[in-house]
Design a protein around this ligand. Structure first.
Ligand SMILES: Nc1nc2c(ncn2[C@@H]2O[C@H](COP(=O)(O)OP(=O)(O)OP(=O)(O)O)[C@@H](O)[C@H]2O)c(=O)[nH]1
Ligand SMILES: [Mg+2]
Length: 241
């Protein structure tokens, strides 16, 4: 199993210098490369990434994007840059410092024969640490809508950016959202396409370094657009049968 880790990073200098050594310290043999996707950061994310490249060589790659910023654009460009020798891709947030130990369970689960593994914050009631209430309500409402209208979608948490998929699964998504709603596309499209995806519980902890850029109300229309895309993709698939 050869994995590329794609890390969207906007103003994450404090986090990447902790996260990356932690990942390579524990899982060097599994990770072919770590791709940091920096989008117009106004802190020293770029310099921190260059220092990591000096230390770890080819294991680290830096993709510098220019405007427009966005997690979706970053994921799309990061995945596009995955090296040919990787057969799996993991995506995670740069502030998931406490989740590095979880990676072991992703790898074990994937080896059971799945096409992809999603880290779910809603399988275990102890998973959320300081998760903002408004985010929880909107996340639950979104999943309620999905499950109520598409009963075959049994995922508890499609939208966490903590996923380990075969490369071909990410390639099949064709990310269209430029912002955080891309995380819904990467969670939902593979299921519609018939890939075998499983969830495992992970903890989500409020970040300690840097600032959040997630704005619930501004993002709601983008998540609804992904929902409509799912319905459209399902109808298209039905018409093909
Ligand atoms: N490349 C890139 N990455 C981004 C952008 N916006 C956010 N990110 C990254 O996406 C990931 C998730 O963003 P966060 O701000 O942590 O969002 P969140 O997890 O919902 O919220 P908090 O953890 O509370 O801050 C982090 O790795 C960010 O650095 C962007 O415009 N470009
Ligand atoms: Mg975060």
């Amino acid at each position: 199993m050869k994995i590329s880790l794609v890390l969207p990073a906007h103003n994450e200098e404090e986090n990447i210098v902790i996260l990356i050594p932690k990942v390579l310290g524990k899982y060097k043999k599994f990770f072919n490369e770590i791709i940091i996707v920096n989008d117009n950061s106004t802190d020293n994310t770029k310099d921190a990434a260059l220092k990591l490249i000096k230390k770890y060589g080819k294991k680290i790659r830096l993709v510098n994007r220019s405007k427009p910023n966005g997690v979706g654009y970053a994921l799309r460009d990061g995945i596009k840059n995955v090296g040919k020798s990787s057969d799996w891709v993991m995506t995670m947030d740069a502030d998931f410092l406490d989740n590095v130990d979880d990676i072991e369970r992703f790898i074990e689960k994937a080896k059971e024969g799945y096409d992809g593994v999603i880290g779910s914050r809603f399988l275990d009631s102890n998973s959320l640490v300081k998760y903002p209430f408004i985010k929880k309500i909107s996340n639950r409402a979104y999943h309620f809508l999905l499950r109520a209208t598409i009963p075959s979608l049994k995922l508890k948490d499609a939208t966490n950016n903590f996923k380990l998929y075969k490369k071909e699964v990410f390639d099949s998504v064709n990310i269209k959202a430029g912002n955080f709603a891309a995380n819904a596309e990467t969670g939902l499209i593979p299921i519609i396409k018939g890939y075998k995806i499983v969830e495992i519980p992970v903890v989500w902890k409020q970040r300690e370094h840097g600032k959040s850029t997630f704005k619930v109300f501004k993002l709601a229309p983008s998540y609804l657009k992904v929902y409509l895309r799912i319905i459209f993709e399902m109808l298209k698939a039905k018409l093909r049968v």
